[in-house]
Design a protein around this ligand. Structure first.
Ligand code: FE2
Length: 279
C-alpha cells in the first residue's frame, strides 16, 4: 500500500482524465491517479462523476475507501456527501446505490486494488464527517510550528495503526522567523492535497490541486504561506511524530518550482501557479 515513489509535488489539474473501465470501482466515471502502489494496487486518485452517474446493484469492494468531496454531491446508500464532506467506507461494505445527480469531483483513496465484487458484502458501515461545518481545533500545535498558527479538523484516526487523516489550516502571512528554520521528518508516509490557498516550501509554491506523497524520513520544510492554506493530510504506516533537524534551512516565498517526481510524472512538471489578481 505504501510502496510509492516520492512525488513532491504535482498539480493534479495538469494530469489527464481517463475513463474507468468495467470491473473497477465506479465504471464510466473518470479518474486521474495521483499515486499508486504497483504491488497491491492501492491508489490515491481524483474521481470525476458526470452528472446523472448512477449505480444500483448490490456490490462491494475488498478494500477500504476514504474520500473527500471537492465539488458537487454524491449519494451512497441514501447518505449524502456534499462538498467538503469526508467519508470512510470499510472493506466489504455493501453498496446498494450510488448517485452523482449533478456530478461530483472526489479526492479518493483506496487501500488496495479497487476491483468491484458483485453481491452483498459483510458490513453496512459508512462514516460521514461534515468537515465544512466542523469547528477548527486551534489548540494543537508543535511549538516549532507556532509561526504557522496551524489549526486542524480531525477526520479519522485508526486506533490500531495510529494512521490519521485531517484538514490542516495555516494562517495567511505565515513564514518561519528570520526566513529560516529547522526541517521536519516523520517515521510515516505523509500525503497531502492542497484544498485552498497556497503553501510555499523548498520545492516551490503549491496551489489548490497540488499533491504530494512523501515516503518516511525525508526532511522537508520550512514552509510558509502568503494566502493561507487548507490541506487534506494523511499520515500512513504508523503514528505520526515530528522529528526536527539541528540545522536550519532557508525559506523563500519566491522558491522556483523544483519538484521530485517519478519518470511517469515528469511530463507534467511545470507550475501553473499564478497569483490571484489583486486589483
Ligand atoms: Fe511534515
Amino acid at each position: 500500500m505504501l510502496n510509492r515513489p516520492q512525488i513532491e509535488f504535482i498539480h493534479a489539474q495538469l494530469l489527464p482524465w481517463m475513463r474507468i473501465g468495467p470491473g473497477n470501482a465506479r465504471p464510466d466515471a473518470e479518474y486521474k491517479f495521483l499515486s499508486r502502489d504497483n504491488d497491491d494496487g492501492a491508489c490515491s486518485a481524483v474521481i470525476r462523476y458526470p452528472a446523472g452517474w448512477r449505480r444500483e446493484a448490490n456490490e462491494h469492494l475488498l478494500v477500504a475507501e476514504e474520500f473527500y468531496v471537492l465539488n458537487g454531491t454524491i449519494e451512497i446508500n441514501g447518505v449524502e456527501f456534499g462538498h467538503d464532506t469526508y467519508g470512510y467506507i470499510p472493506a466489504g461494505t455493501t453498496r446498494k446505490t450510488m448517485t452523482a445527480r449533478d456530478g461530483a469531483v472526489v479526492l479518493t483513496f483506496f487501500n488496495g486494488d479497487p476491483q468491484l465484487v458483485a453481491g452483498e458484502g459483510s458490513s453496512d458501515e459508512i462514516t460521514r464527517v461534515d468537515a465544512l461545518h466542523m469547528p477548527w481545533d486551534m489548540t494543537l500545535n508543535d511549538p516549532k510550528l507556532a509561526h504557522l498558527g496551524i489549526s486542524r479538523k480531525d477526520l479519522r484516526s485508526d486506533p490500531e495503526t495510529g494512521e490519521r487523516t485531517f484538514l490542516s489550516m495555516i494562517l495567511p502571512h505565515s513564514e518561519p522567523p528570520g526566513l529560516k528554520g529547522p526541517q521536519e521528518c516523520h517515521p510515516t508516509v505523509e500525503e497531502a492535497y492542497i484544498v485552498s490557498g497556497s503553501l510555499t516550501g523548498p520545492h516551490g509554491t503549491m496551489a489548490p490541486g497540488a499533491y504530494f506523497w512523501r515516503p518516511p524520513q525525508i526532511p522537508h520544510g520550512p514552509f510558509g504561506t502568503r494566502w493561507g492554506c487548507v490541506a487534506l493530510i494523511r499520515f500512513l504506516g504508523g503514528q505520526h511524530v515530528n522529528e526536527w533537524s539541528k540545522e536550519d534551512a532557508p525559506f523563500d516565498f519566491d522558491a522556483p518550482y523544483d519538484p521530485i517526481l517519478p519518470e511517469n510524472l515528469q511530463a507534467f512538471a511545470y507550475a501553473p501557479w499564478t497569483p490571484p489578481p489583486r486589483y
